[in-house]
Design a protein around this ligand. Sequence first.
Ligand code: PLP
Length: 347
Amino acid sequence: MIPHYRPAFGQEEIDAVSAVIRSGYIALGEKVRFLEQILTEKIDRRYACAVSSGTAALILALKALQVGSGAEVIIPSYTCAALWHAVTAVGATAIFADIETETFNLEPQSVKSKITPRTKAIIFPHMFGQPGYIKDIIAYGIPVIEDIAQAYGATLDQLPAGHFGIISVISFYATKVIGAGEGGAVLTDSAQLFETLRDQREYDEKDDLSLRQNAKMTDLCAAIAIEQIRKFSSFFARRAELIQHYKKISGIEFQLPLTNSPLKSNNYRCIAIHPQKSAAECISLAETAGARFRHPVYRPLHIYTQSERLPLTEKAWAKQFSIPLFPAMTDAEGDRVVKILERISEK
Ligand SMILES: Cc1ncc(COP(=O)(O)O)c(C=O)c1O
């Protein structure tokens, strides 16, 4: 079975982790500090604070913005459940907005229609590596947390994704663009927010007993993340090659990544639809033929909470499937995926 994703690790990651183990210091140390420095450079932010996961990064970001009980936070429904968990963890209420049908990210007008006096933040994830219209939403004047868990290396008008939010967050979960097992980071240009984030990341050796976390990243994970960042260009190029290969198939509509757009994808996911068939049908056909295609999002979040209908989110979920696409994919696996796409397009 061709998996939906398989990590691309080489001798570099093995050597980097071995060196950390040999050093005798595996907790938060010099590797984490080096990773933070690289992130500020790559994402063009003043400060970076590495943490234990993307979810921890979101929780710390919300807390730093003083989002808590009684607050509303606007998020998409067509996203990872981590967003709902983070908002709920700080005692706020998640309000779902619909997506647009070009980048499949938050639709500015839908977001605007959900703003109330209680709206204290908006979380904007650039889903599937494809940047969306975050700048239009920042213009509403409500603090926007930019979520680049899936979008490291993507750009908007030639500026890196992650450069725009008052706070930006990233995940280094195993299947992400930069996969380190677990981990994440919070980025900002505000010295004050950065101090709060760093203070909240760990509980020990403080002057008071206010509520803090253990959200620290380890040097083991940081060592892997650093090597993965070094390989990003080759990851991007290999994914681009595979996408071009897939796109030879007619009868399938390739929706993401966008081509010739100033919203430039990092090629993380290849999302397609079949004009007649449902996503579930295509996924099942692929499974029978030996490859794991997936819904790009496990389940839209408003379905769980039975909130107001979001027609464009529901339509995207019913139709879109994500095709296996990872830098470690062999040519033989790529050819096999093409054969399976051919079969799906015919039936
Ligand atoms: C858009 C988005 N935000 C946040 C997260 C949460 O990251 P983590 O799994 O590292 O907690 C994920 C997924 O993992 C995600 O896809």
